[in-house]
Design a protein around this ligand. Structure first.
Ligand SMILES: [Zn+2]
Length: 174
């Protein structure tokens, strides 16, 4: 069948609004999907609220980006099976399975429980370029991540004990 130019134009005019409508639908769904995958709830609190909720040591590290002295943290030489949560907001951060003794004086992990639970920022303080690790929900400072970890990730998440709260697995605590 041969289509005359007039007919062809007619068909295009009919199809064109359909195409536009389709694209609009798709982009709407894309936005919804990407929102679903993001950690939507963020926690924002005033300094005063954080001061009231955290211990002095937790506040200094989580909110003021402090660092505990090496070898002094509760979870440095600690290898019980369980889960580590953010001491600021309770978000799950690390599992004991990824914890190892890096000999650096801080709890070290090869990977977070979920990548989207930690955010990373370039930290240029003290004349060094390091990658700071923060809790993705409350923004609390956790520590730094380095490229000298064990396989398979090759990463060392060097985390302050004060930024963490540990809960043992059920069978371990009995
Ligand atoms: Zn947090």
């Amino acid at each position: 069948m041969k289509l005359s130019p007039v007919k062809l134009t007619g068909i295009l005019i009919l199809i064109f609004p359909l195409l536009i409508a389709c694209q609009a639908q798709n982009s709407k769904e894309d936005t919804m999907d990407s929102n679903k995958n993001k950690l939507t709830e963020k926690i924002f609190k005033t300094d005063e609220e954080w001061r009231n909720e955290l211990t002095d040591a937790q506040y200094r590290i989580l909110r003021e980006k402090g660092t505990e002295r090496p070898g002094t943290g509760l979870y440095d030489q600690f290898f019980v099976k369980g889960t580590y949560y953010c001491a600021g907001c309770g978000l799950e951060l690390f599992r004991s399975g990824s914890k190892y003794d890096a000999g650096c004086g801080w709890p070290s992990f090869s990977q977070p429980s979920k990548n989207e639970h930690v955010d990373e920022h370039i930290d240029r303080s003290f004349g060094m370029v390091r990658t700071e690790v923060v809790c993705s929900r409350c923004g609390g400072h956790l520590g730094h991540v380095f490229n000298d970890g064990p396989p398979p990730t090759g990463l060392r998440y060097c985390i302050n004990s004060e930024s963490l709260e540990f809960k043992a697995d059920e069978q371990e605590s009995k």
